[in-house]
Design a protein around this ligand. Sequence first.
Ligand code: AHR
Length: 619
Amino acid sequence: VQISVAKSGGNVTTSLQYGVMEEEINHCGEGGLYAELIRNRAFQGSTTYPSNLDAWSAVGGSALSLQNLSNPLSSALPTSVRVEGNGTSGLTNVGFWGIDVRPQKYSGSFYVKGSYKGSFIASLQSITNGEVFATAKVSSKSVADDWVQHDFTLTPKKTAPSTNNTFSLTFDASKASGGSLDFNLISLFPPTWNNRPNGMRRDLMQAMRDLNPKFLRFPGGNNLEGNSIDGRWKWNETIGPLKSRPGRATTWGYGETGGMGLVEYMEWCDDLGLEPILAVWSGLALNRQVVSKANIGVYVQDALNELEFLTGSVDTEYGALRAKYGHPEPWTIRFVEVGNEDSLNGGASSYKSYRFAAFYDAITEKYPDIQVIASTLDITLPGNAGGDYHLYDIPDNFVKKFNLFDSYSDEHPILLGEIAATEWNNGKGVDWSDTHFSLYPWWLASVSEAVFLLGAERNADKIIGTTYAPYFMNLDSYEWSPTMISFNANPDDTAKSTSWHVYSLFNDNHMTNTLPATSNSSFGPLYYATGLNNKTNSHIFKAAVYNSTADVPVSLTFEGIGRGTTADLTILTAPSGFSMNEVGGPNTVESQTTKIKAGKQGVFSFSLPNLSVAVLTTK
Ligand code: AHR
């Protein structure tokens, strides 16, 4: 295939290009990114919802009972646990399907109520053989009628052989008045990313940062929408002290504590240099409840309050609240998405007729610099509004959509807010009625995604950015596969998927401008995008080969680039189209970079094998 790339005539591309989509699904936050190790720490419910003793059990002969006391820890956390016994008593937690123990400092705390003159023992120990890895003796400050917080640290001397470990908190019940004490908000964190209190799990942040993403779309996804209007994701219930966060039932069948809230999302953006794409609730819940036109103003105001909380000066009501919670400096929000998939679940007509317009008008009036994005393209977009496009499909259909954006105008930018090849080629498309979705991305699917991404890169002036979804999965409890990154309780097992490697290669070789190309052959089985990076002054060719019966020879020229110019050519392949990167397993994606030189008339000659993804950059 001969390809000649012109030296001008292209477009300026999006600076965001590839990012991350996050919502609470697959225990990606609770039991994942959010580094809290104690599951069901405040008896808000965990795998089921609401209040229960999930993940807890009694130590020795003691008994645990849930209590809704007349003087609870807080109105947000009304349920606590009473531990009753004789002698050594307490409770133990199995974590999020294991607890990773290694020689590092674990910071813990708990609230207790009841008259007690002794001390507490916090410990980490093996379930397999009872070996104790660390203990801390905590002197009691507990009193009869009030909740008192106790802090402690645990520092194991060695790495536990597995994550089959528990956390225990015990006391001498014979020294407690009435032989019992009440506990709540029992928490334990390992060292977190940037050592933030209430922070994020280091290995997962690292796996994300290694991919060099540019934006974060949050907090959903279906989880933003809620199972009912009242069950929606409420930003104001995810801020402030942890004891003020009530938690909620996610839409994915388990509870969330609210510990990873709005501020934590923004800190995540700060820590990884991500552009926030904030989704606000749009008046549609998954049970098809829709807010009427008469009442939509309440929720529009709530979105404006949220924006004031994030961006307002400390002289505003909500800006002052942000300052009170430790962030006097306002954040900048440039993108707001209104809802999620509002063309589904009975939301289409109300979204088209009044819901989107109500948010768009109010947000653009108060914040003219914010790019408002509709959660669907199935709507006539007003002004400069953008739209969100989601694609879950079989690999062949990803390839068929290579040209999808060629016919779009750049009037209304598109967010590719959820993208994933989910099940094997079946000659049709995704079968939503059953569960054929692959557990992990597999190489053929990742190459098909690359073809689709190249189609988007060729039109990158029309696109805000692209993200895989869902992004994370805890293999011990998940609802939706495949995902970009998979993990369990052991950070050493975290798997960057085959798709991760494709996105990473494309992201590391960002084109600031597209350049038009002509060829002696039409697209397929070789698909490509061409352009340059005007910061590094490098010309770029990105390609994928899908469904070829032989290697594809390529003769590539860039207008103005002469004989002898060198380039790096990186080619990704895998042992087979079925290769997957599994939790605890090896990386199956092979990456080979060679230096090549332009020959006569500046031609770069090379060939690309079937099911390969490649990038050539001139030096
Ligand atoms: O990514 C999983 C789900 O797929 C999202 O929550 C929803 O937006 C989409 O339907």
